[in-house]
Design a protein around this ligand. Structure first.
Ligand SMILES: Cc1cc2nc3c(=O)[nH]c(=O)nc-3n(C[C@H](O)[C@H](O)[C@H](O)COP(=O)(O)O)c2cc1C
Length: 241
């Protein structure tokens, strides 16, 4: 029996949830007169992705840099993808950076199969961006520089959690945090855990999606030549929606 007090909306009609993109959605929508086209990509994918994250930030969205990261495991019975959200914490023409526990489920998958797809989605703005490409660990100095910008609580949390491993109870988790807090009580500058750091996705393709009326959306895909940062070497294509 479903607990009616905890879950009071059993009649939600998922089929009726529908948004018409390209028409006024209210305050959170960017300029509707502009129409994404191939010319927006002439300086490469990075300035446009940065601009869309900035737009989502100024529109007041929570975690405008959130992206759903998909990794893949090649098992004896075939490939097994998995997805979860991470925050993009670095953007450059070379790639997209996020931080995590290298021993987590995703960390181990990326070590074995260093290839990922990541999707940013801002539904209120009718926009989506997907980057796909090989992944590598960023240099320890770069992780270190980011680590020092993290609040003390987040640093303690990174040390306390064996991310993705089962734990018997919430009380056990809280105990691990208490032990970690005590361990570093006299330490001002908590060091980077050896099992924690950044990964960078170096996109081979980046696809920008902008919702339009009657599902006639704009999709522009940039294909980057491996190892060639020159924007004149990239291919820009429009895809059918
Ligand atoms: C909005 C949001 C942001 C998140 N950001 C991160 C992040 O930057 N790094 C991270 O390791 N996990 C982040 N998480 C938690 C992950 O989604 C995930 O639960 C965790 O990394 C374990 O994933 P795994 O078991 O597949 O390795 C975030 C979750 C949410 C909902």
């Amino acid at each position: 029996m479903v607990d009616q007090e905890k879950f009071p909306t059993p009649d939600l009609d998922l089929r009726a949830l529908r948004v018409e993109y390209g028409v006024d959605q209210g305050d959170n929508h960017p300029d509707l007169d502009t129409d994404l086209d191939e010319t927006w990509l002439i300086d490469g994918w990075e300035p446009l992705l940065r601009n869309w994250i900035e737009d989502a930030t100024s529109a007041g969205m929570i975690d405008p840099n959130a992206m759903v990261l998909s990794t893949v495991e090649i098992t004896e019975t075939g490939p097994r993808p998995s997805s979860r959200t991470v925050l993009c914490k670095g953007l450059s023409p070379e790639g997209v950076t996020f931080y995590t526990n290298y021993e987590s489920f995703k960390g181990r998958q990326l070590t074995r199969t260093p290839y990922a797809s990541a999707t940013f989605v801002w539904p209120a703005m009718g926009r989506q961006v997907t980057v796909r490409g090989p992944v590598h660990r960023i240099p320890a100095e770069a992780t270190e520089a980011y680590w020092h910008s993290r609040p003390r609580g987040s640093r303690l949390g990174a040390w306390a959690s064996e991310q993705s491993r089962p734990i018997a109870s919430r009380a056990d988790l809280d105990r691990r945090m208490d032990e970690t807090t005590a361990r570093f009580a006299e330490v001002d500058d908590i060091p980077v855990p050896p099992f924690w750091g950044g990964f960078q996705i170096r996109p081979e393709t980046v696809e920008f999606w902008q919702g339009r009326r009657s599902r006639m959306h704009n999709r522009i895909r940039v294909t980057v030549e491996p190892g060639n940062a020159d924007v004149s070497a990239m291919k820009i294509e429009r895809l059918q929606p």
